[in-house]
Write a protein that binds this ligand. Structure first.
Ligand code: G6P
Length: 367
């Protein structure tokens, strides 16, 4: 079917603004909404006895996997390894008995991810894939798939496919937590209810579009931008930097906030904007102390946080973006949006080709 841009200037904008809807679709596929219970399809894997999960993907999909590592480990007490496919496929990694390998791919056709899948099969792993295209090579070669319901994604830079991948991974982490005895029925209902609120919270964030556009206008003058976060906001910092460089061609780096002092702080001066992603509920004080180091070196901080976080630490930031308060399960979903909008509007201000950035392909089917 032919996909249009609707009322939007770019596919990327349409896809960003579609997220409340497609996240809603993805959730209702895998949740019993009458009962607020998980309702994933039966999978050929017993989470209760699993030894390890290995997640492999490329680009933005790999950052979804990186976020999921935090969820599987904290919520389900399940060890997780995450790697990018181009490294993993040649590492000759030994793999444990009774291990699960998870592949995350919008297209289902990324050559390195497919090669990594084949390696994991040879190593006796069960193969589970999270794909947006169900008639794809990765889907075909998997023992099971859990599709995302993002609909066709046209913009080269992934947005709605990413948050749908996060949604499926969050549900899988909850399912694993339940199977391993770390999520009782009341906790399951609470977590499911929180996830069901995500589409509405996302709409709240999208209503800040004008403010983010104004911030992006200043950001577009930068030569280098740093993104900092901790815990699941560390991969979000990596994703923020990737989005910005992909479509605005501004050099950007994502860093774990705690690693600042081991290198990137040397770059900080009044010419380097630093985007700090810091929900008040996830390692907030630790991230804020890193942010204060940045400010003391003259760095211009753009703080993305909730009301509480901005009240506590926003006063010296050059700009703040307020998002609704959320917990460690929902924060990565919600915080994806300001990060995407910041990149989108910065690219608009620079006049680059947002949907077709130079040198990049939507799907990388050759090595
Ligand atoms: C390309 C795209 C990215 C995507 C990555 C992985 O680099 O430009 O947006 O994240 O491939 O693609 P996949 O289809 O495997 O998710």
């Amino acid at each position: 079917a032919l996909v249009g841009k609707g009322n939007h200037r770019h596919f990327m904008a349409k896809e960003i603004f579609e997220q409340p809807e497609v996240i809603g679709h993805t959730l209702t596929e895998y949740i019993d909404t009458m009962d607020n219970r998980l309702a994933l399809p039966s999978l050929p894997v017993d989470f209760s006895t699993l030894s390890r999960v290995t997640i492999v993907a490329c680009g933005t999909a790999s950052y979804a996997g990186h976020v999921a590592k935090y969820w599987f480990e904290q919520l389900a007490r399940l060890p997780v390894e995450i790697d990018i496919a181009s490294e993993f496929r040649y590492r000759e990694a030994p793999m444990p008995a009774n291990g699960l390998a998870v592949f995350v791919s919008q297209s289902g056709e990324t050559a390195d991810t497919l090669a990594a899948l084949r390696y994991c099969r040879e190593q006796g792993q069960k193969i589970l894939s999270i794909v947006n295209v169900t008639e794809s090579s990765i889907a075909r070669e998997s023992d099971a798939i859990v599709p995302t319901y993002a609909g066709p994604e046209i913009g080269v830079a992934s947005t709605k496919a990413f948050t749908c991948q996060l949604t499926v991974l969050a549900l899988l982490a909850l399912e694993a937590a339940k199977a391993r005895g770390h999520l009782n029925k009341a906790e399951e209902r609470l977590s499911v209810r929180r996830l069901m609120e995500v589409p509405r919270l996302m709409s709240d964030v999208l209503a800040h579009d004008d403010l983010i556009q104004a911030i992006a206008h200043n950001l577009s003058k930068a030569r280098d931008v740093l993104y900092l976060g901790r815990g699941p906001m560390y991969p979000m910092a990596l994703e923020g930097a990737l989005k910005l460089k992909e479509i605005s061609y501004i050099h950007a780096e994502g860093y774990a906030a705690g690693e600042l002092k081991h290198g990137p702080v040397a770059l900080v001066d009044e010419n380097v904007p630093v985007v700090v992603i810091a929900p008040s509920t996830v390692l907030f004080d630790k991230t804020v102390s890193n942010m204060q180091v940045v400010m003391a070196r003259g760095g211009r901080v753009i703080l993305i946080s909730d009301k509480k976080g901005i009240g506590a630490a926003g006063k010296d930031a050059v700009a703040v973006i307020e998002v609704p308060e959320c917990d460690r399960l929902t924060a990565p979903l919600i915080y994806s949006l300001p990060v995407q909008l910041l990149a989108y509007h910065t690219a608009l201000a620079k006049g680059t080709d947002v949907d077709q950035p130079r040198n990049l392909a939507k799907s990388v089917t050759v090595e």
